[in-house]
Design a protein around this ligand. Structure first.
Ligand code: AMP
Length: 907
């Protein structure tokens, strides 16, 4: 949640209570007007006051001017005047000459020695009246009531200024005058220092201030903050990060202590050194490894220091003719790592005498190096040869450990001799009862081929009865076969090492060959394809019908809910307009005056008299002459959209004029115009309940729109209209159209950034949930009486601040519950935002229990003297707890400040 710093510093430019000696301000006339009088204040300290009391004489014009006050860089100064004023009615015998006000003036000047009061050069600040006037001059009993009034003035043009007090016939004493300005105090936020900053010249202007990173830190993103007019810091953006080796300790970067480290500035803080490492000095960015432990280049500094693995264990080998299967167990010690890998080294020969590695035709499966498994099949070795296999184990620190060669085990094996499988090429010469077979010599006989063996049997017999033929040549004629029978043949060669693998195949007189097999396989394939296709088609069907069913079900569940129809789906825009809007005869409209300017032309107010109905006030929007087809279509689309709605909080369409020019859209008349301007005009004039009532209306209209599946996209106070009963209605149904028509151009230029949800800005995800975000902004606009969201920040900064989690703070006097609801509307995840229906329920609850809308008393802690904090008087406090009647009792007993009340006991 946003943090509000409710502290500002007041810098005093003048305080009459602290001026030693006489003030000697210029007075005109110099005699008989304002007079300087010394009195004792409530603490018996002498103070200077000015008094005038010419209530019996007419035409008083008494001026009193302060000395020149240098503005010292201030742009807006505050004048606090404490004064007492006599009630005219209590003065016996005064006529109409007696006044109960005085006027405050100022005059900017570079000159500190203006000798006389030049009245015409003074500008009036205000007429100041007393809240309390006294009736009896009885200072002893303190019946005189002190008024405190504060006014503020923009002073930007000269080095300083004069203030003047004009009396026109009152009985008045200026007890003290204090002039001060506000600054946002020096502060550190996100590790950046922001200097003491004088507030801006206007009440709503923000001063943009760049922060500088504190010592031992670097910029994460340019730190920035705004100094608000009240001297409060607002909207921190960006910030700094402590350098490596340092961490954030209460807004300063402090070095990591011994035994701790911080590697990157983006790391959260210093961390304890990982196992087997240490840091001996403050400010370590990485911890050194204990001796015998290492860190690989790719190891993060947060990882423990580790060791190389010990040797692999239990290496066993199984020889299968010219291949060897090697298997081993992982090392006993893995060194604290999980990246152990193995590699194989191979030599022929035996014992320690390793010959050169064999030819490259030796195959290692799955590989020779970088192995993660503990099993390798080595094939294509020479027959009858001794081989030595060495299995090395390594890990990420084997290299850096400097231990030289990796740990290893070895084994020596001797391969067998055997014949390889026959070459696949063969020929068949099939007749009804016989066939000829021939084949080629195996690739590597590994010795002398002693003979070939041909074994065959009927396929159905499955080796239950077979015949064997042996031959020295590479062909054989097989006779005595049964016709129409499939035979299985196995042919293999024999050398001194025994039989090799046999080569198997099918053959028969009805073309049992690979072609047949292929055909049957592809036949199955086709079948599979067909069934897959059938499956896919049937799946699609069922999904489609489900969708259809779903929507039918939906309709069934919400009977009577209309769904909004986009007029742009109509090919002919006139068809849409005539479907949704009534054509009005222009003669029944009486235009009266211009009330605003719309996108397409003037907006007027007037009257509409439709036959059989009473005359009503209407607003008339017209399309200015010389429009294009597109403009006509866009103009009328708003009516086509509006005409589909029927809700007390949606602006009602009365009809359209399309048959003659100019084209017009006629809507109900909203006497108070748009909500933002209306609120600005009536700043501070409504009760919280009234404001919540307005918000309730808007929420109700938006719920109706969302129920109709209409996404507004431009919900903002300027697009809400207010009628004479303070009923708020949603209007302006134009933006969705603009965005869709021209996505690129419209996106950057037309999107109302301050009102739009981040996902809608980033990738145009406009949904009811993004309307809810905008609704939260409207809430803020309403409670702050039309203040501009994010004040005068630029759009880029707004986007950045939102991205960084900043949210608008509660406006002045905003009940906590309302601000919480705003924050809920501004959840980053759109699924977490409330729905309009939930918002409506919530507002209804608040309206039923107005107690919940009491402004939460914000606790303001004053950390520096001369600090402005919302300070309650005893009187305000008593009012807030309904015990106002004890005001005088407490005052009489000397309890005049909240501090003194703290000492009050139960008795
Ligand atoms: P629009 O084009 O809808 O933004 O209208 C421009 C301005 O005309 C608005 O800001 C209102 O001040 C005024 N306006 C529009 N419609 C109405 C209405 N129905 N009743 C009163 N004023 C309206």
């Amino acid at each position: 949640p946003p943090v509000r710093v409710c502290v500002c510093i007041l810098v005093t430019l003048l305080d009459t209570r602290t001026v030693p000696g006489e003030l000697k301000w210029a007075a005109s006339p110099s005699e008989g007007g304002w007079e300087e009088v010394s009195i004792m204040d409530e603490k018996n300290i002498p103070i200077r006051t000015y008094q005038v009391c010419n209530v019996l004489e007419p035409s008083q014009n008494n001026w009193l001017r302060t000395d020149w006050i240098p503005r010292s860089g201030a742009q807006r100064v505050y004048v606090e005047v404490k004064f007492t004023l006599r009630d005219c009615n209590s003065l016996p015998g005064v006529t109409g000459t007696c006044k109960e006000t005085f006027n405050l003036y100022y005059h900017e000047s570079n000159e500190d020695r203006e000798s006389y009061i030049k009245e015409s050069s003074f500008i009036k600040v205000d007429t100041v009246a007393a809240d309390e006037s006294f009736t009896q001059v009885d200072v002893g009993d303190r019946i005189m009531k002190l008024n405190t009034e504060v006014r503020d003035v923009k002073v930007t043009t000269r080095k300083g200024f004069y203030l003047a007090f004009q009396d026109v016939g009152a009985c008045i004493a200026l007890v003290s005058v204090r002039v001060f300005y506000k600054t946002c105090p020096l502060t550190i936020r996100n590790l950046a220092t922001f200097p003491d900053t004088v507030t801006g010249a206007d009440t709503s202007s923000l001063v943009e201030v760049r922060g500088s990173c504190v010592n031992q830190s670097e910029e994460r993103e340019e730190p920035k903050m705004y100094c608000g007019a009240d001297g409060e810091w607002l909207v921190p953006i960006g910030g700094c990060l402590c350098n490596p080796g340092n961490e954030d300790k209460g807004g300063a970067c402090k070095a990591c202590s011994v035994g701790f480290y911080k590697a990157r500035s983006s790391d959260a803080g210093c961390s304890k050194c990982p196992p087997h490492s240490h840091s001996l000095r403050d400010g370590a960015t990485v911890c050194d490894c204990h001796s015998g432990f290492f860190r690989a280049d790719s190891d993060p500094p947060s990882m423990a220091c580790t060791q190389p693995p010990s040797a692999p264990q239990q290496l066993i080998s199984v020889v299968n003719e010219t291949s060897v299967v090697l298997e081993w167990a992982p090392p006993r010690r893995l060194g604290g790592r999980s990246d152990t890998s193995y590699s194989l080294e191979l030599g022929s020969g035996s014992g320690s005498q390793l010959c050169l590695p064999c030819g490259s035709d030796v195959l290692f499966s799955p590989g020779q190096t970088g192995l993660k498994t503990t099993r390798v099949v080595v094939s294509e070795l020479r027959a009858h040869t001794h081989y030595t296999f060495i299995v090395h184990s390594r890990n990420g620190v084997s290299q850096s450990s400097g231990a030289g060669a990796a740990q290893s085990v070895s084994v020596t094996v001797t391969t067998n001799q055997s014949v390889t499988t026959l070459q696949r090429k063969f020929a068949t010469d099939v007749t009804r009862h016989s066939l000829s077979l021939s084949w080629q010599q195996p690739d590597r006989p590994n010795g002398v081929i002693l003979e070939y063996e041909v074994k065959f049997y009927e396929k159905d017999q499955k080796e239950r009865s077979y015949r064997i033929m042996r031959t020295f040549s590479r062909s054989v004629d097989v006779t005595g076969l049964n016709p129409l029978t499939v035979y299985v043949f196995h042919v293999r060669a024999r050398t001194a090492a025994g039989y090799g693998e046999s080569y198997n195949f099918l053959v028969g007189d009805f073309c049992v060959n690979s072609a047949f097999l292929l055909l049957s396989v592809s036949g199955v394939g086709i079948l599979l394809l067909i069934s897959a296709a059938v499956f896919i088609i049937s799946r699609r069907r069922s999904k489609y019908s489900k969708t259809k069913q779903d929507s039918e079900e939906e309709k069934h569940l919400n009977p009577g809910v209309k769904i909004y129809v986009d007029p742009f789906t109509y090919e002919d825009p006139d068809q849409a307009i005539h479907e949704f809007a009534k054509e009005i005869d222009v003669s029944s409209i009486h235009i009266e005056r211009v009330i605003g300017m719309g996108e397409f032309g003037e907006v007027c107010s007037g009257r509409l008299r439709v036959q059989g109905k009473r005359e009503i006030y209407v607003a008339i929007k017209s399309l200015k002459a010389g429009y294009s087809d597109k403009q006509r279509r866009d103009f009328l689309s708003e009516a086509s959209i509006m005409g589909q709605f029927d809700h007390p909080n949606i602006i009602r369409l009365e009809g359209v004029v399309t048959r003659c020019k100019p084209l017009m859209i006629i809507t109900e008349y909203m006497e108070n115009g748009s909500l933002d301007a209306f609120l600005r005009k009536h700043d501070g004039q409504f009760t919280v309940i009234q404001l919540v009532g307005m918000l309730r209306g808007i929420a109700s209209g938006m719920k109706y729109l969302s129920d109709m599946s209409y996404v507004h996209r431009d919900l903002a106070a300027r697009n809400i209209l207010v009628n004479s009963n303070l009923v708020c209605k949603v209007s302006d149904f134009g933006l969705s159209r603009v965005l869709e028509d021209d996505p690129e151009a419209a996106y950057t230029t037309r999107i109302p950034i301050r009102w739009t949800a981040p996902e809608a800005i980033a990738y145009r995800k406009f949904t009811t949930a993004s309307d809810v975000w905008s609704y939260g902004i409207v809430m803020w606009e309403v409670v702050s009486y039309g203040e501009r969201p994010y004040w005068d920040m630029n759009n880029q900064d707004v986007i950045k601040a939102i991205e960084e989690g900043y949210r608008l703070p509660a406006p002045m006097d905003c009940p906590v519950v309302l601000h919480q609801l705003m924050l809920d509307c501004w959840e980053r995840e759109r699924a977490e935002r409330p729905t309009f229906s939930q918002i409506l329920n919530m507002l209804d609850k608040l309206i039923r229990n107005p107690g919940t809308l009491r402004v939460g008393s914000e606790v303001c802690v004053s950390v520096v003297p001369e600090v402005c904090v919302p300070e309650w008087s005893v009187c305000e406090w008593l009012q807030s707890i309904g015990l106002e009647r004890y005001r005088d009792t407490l005052a009489a007993a000397g309890y005049t400040s909240l501090d003194s009340l703290l000492a009050l006991t139960h008795q």
